[in-house]
Write a protein that binds this ligand. Structure first.
Ligand code: NAG
Ligand code: NAG
Ligand code: NAG
Length: 259
């Protein structure tokens, strides 16, 4: 499990003792901290330095505790291996984005390791267009798990806004029981642009990760599952019919020959 997470995480070394790691909303991420040789009698802790200071975990000889919201969704391995101070975060939220610090005592010196955790949220984008006389209409449908997002239209890299010939309308995000939010936007224009406008997603705090897909995620693959059942059901009826027909034809033929 841990090795798998280790492989999945993307670590980019940026300066001394500072690492950038990417996490996905609602996923898990391992923030590594090798505290080999640390002074076990002194405290070791994880905290967030930015955007605002918050303690995550603290550990000393007598106590070991997670702060508030981390209790049920974070794991530490120091009990099994005193030189592994890594922190596993699960059920990642947008608020988890920030600069983390792992600190401990090493031979009387204060050691610190910084990790910048970037949170990404996946969005699927489906775009289509239609033409009605002099008006070109473009639709954009977006689905994703993070509600604090907006659709933005671009033409050749420039943001499009309302103008005398262009009207952009958005619908509010709609949540579904499966946890996905749907966003829609429509762009109507009298312009006859040579290149197509493109829609994109901008989100507050976190970074969107866009994939283009016009098959609705919410539709279960019912057709694919239904197919074998359909064939099975009818083959049970067809096989005896074919057998009986075949046998009677054969008997009929035999009977004709024998006459
Ligand atoms: C942790 O650091 C020590 C000393 O620098 C090193 O010997 C050890 O291999 C490291 N452990 C891991 C898991 O990287
Ligand atoms: C351990 O940490 C707790 C909470 O931070 C603190 O109250 C306690 O005094 C510490 N104990 C030692 C031995 O440092
Ligand atoms: C553009 O104008 C329409 C109506 O004139 C309005 O409903 C819409 O909110 C405006 N869009 C933006 C992005 O401001």
């Amino acid at each position: 499990m841990r090795t798998l997470l280790g492989v999945l995480m993307v670590a980019i070394v940026s300066g001394d003792n500072e690492v950038t790691i990417n996490g996905t909303l609602e996923g898990s991420v391992l923030l590594p901290c090798n505290c080999s040789g640390r002074n076990l009698e002194e405290e070791f802790r994880w905290q967030i330095d930015e955007p605002k200071m918050n303690e995550v975990f603290s550990h000393n000889m007598s106590t070991s505790r997670f702060n508030g919201s981390y209790k049920d969704r974070a794991k530490i391995f120091v009990a099994e291996n005193s030189s592994d101070c890594s922190l596993l975060l699960t059920k990642i939220t947008a608020d988890d984005q920030g600069k983390y610090k792992c600190s401990y005592d090493y031979g009387g010196q204060y050691q610190r390791f910084f990790i910048n955790l970037n949170i990404f949220a996946n969005y699927t984008v489906c775009q289509n267009s239609s033409e009605n006389g002099a008006i070109n209409t473009y639709h954009c449908h977006v689905e994703g798990r993070y509600q604090e997002a907006e659709i933005q239209w671009y033409l050749e890299g420039n943001v499009l806004t309302n103008s005398s010939k262009t009207e952009i309308t958005h619908t509010d995000p709609v949540g579904a029981p499966n946890g996905l939010y749907s966003f829609d936007s429509q762009l109507k224009t009298e312009h006859n642009w040579t290149s197509k406008p493109e829609c994109d997603v901008t989100a507050k705090v976190i970074s969107p990760f866009i994939s283009n897909n016009c098959e609705r995620q919410t539709d279960p693959p019912s057709k694919i599952i239904a197919q074998p059942k359909y064939i099975m059901r009818y083959s049970f009826k067809i096989i005896p019919i074919v057998l009986v027909l075949g046998l009677s034809l054969f008997l009929c033929h035999r009977w004709k020959i024998s006459r």
